[in-house]
Design a protein around this ligand. Sequence first.
Ligand SMILES: Nc1ncnc2c1ncn2[C@@H]1O[C@H](COP(=O)(O)OP(=O)(O)OP(=O)(O)O)[C@@H](O)[C@H]1O
Length: 240
Amino acid sequence: MFGQGFEGVQTTGRESRVIDFQKVAYSYGGGELLSEVSLTLAPGSFHFLTGPSGSGKTTLIKLCYGELLATAGRVNVFDADVRSLSRDGVAAMRRRIGVVHQDCQFLDHLPLAENVALPLTVSGREASAADLADLLTWVGLKPLSAQRPPELSGGERQRAALARAVIMSPDVILADEPTGNVDWEMSQRLMQLLIELNRMGKTILIATHDLNLIRSTKSQVPARVLRIRNRRLQLAGSDL
Ligand SMILES: Nc1ncnc2c1ncn2[C@@H]1O[C@H](COP(=O)(O)OP(=O)(O)OP(=O)(O)O)[C@@H](O)[C@H]1O
């Protein structure tokens, strides 16, 4: 599937923890938004992140790939302290992490296929036409390869964002509300793609408000549910 370039999962085995937070705090300048957050994502694990709107889910995801730096505590990614990484080190770390952003932004003047290939293009590599075609087929967007992003539906944009996040064959996928603004059927379809990626060995963290989606996914994959409540991160129990 996806040819050599995409299938070459380089994960698991090298590190025992792909992301590790130790007593992490974050503040945007006012009071602390996140406090004493400890979190370990083992290779190949599947986690949901939930919590009320404004509780800090996006913020926590940004801390996972060094977009934000903890104001206290330590964030290790692939066994390296994010704070100690050089610029090249940060770039290398980010190549191993695919992010599906909440707002799914694209370059509207470029066709869908070029948008999906963009992470490769900006890193000076060229997408193999066969790999790109396989990836677009996998997300069900091959017939729309030449469309511009404004011509796509919400669900198509979400799937394109997922394809773009995985084109570098990352070890970890961080998805921030990847099923926001799509109906139940499309949410299920997107979730199947994420489950498939997890079965290929990828580590998955998904921020979502959708408890029904969490329940239906947990029946298919051993997912753990983390919840932000009162600035702290907890493991959610059977109360979901
Ligand atoms: N750059 C910023 N500067 C200052 N405050 C910010 C910034 N980004 C986010 N915030 C604030 O931090 C809080 C947490 O935001 P965040 O986006 O992490 O929450 P969330 O749980 O992802 O919310 P939602 O579920 O609504 O997407 C919010 O009150 C938000 O307004």
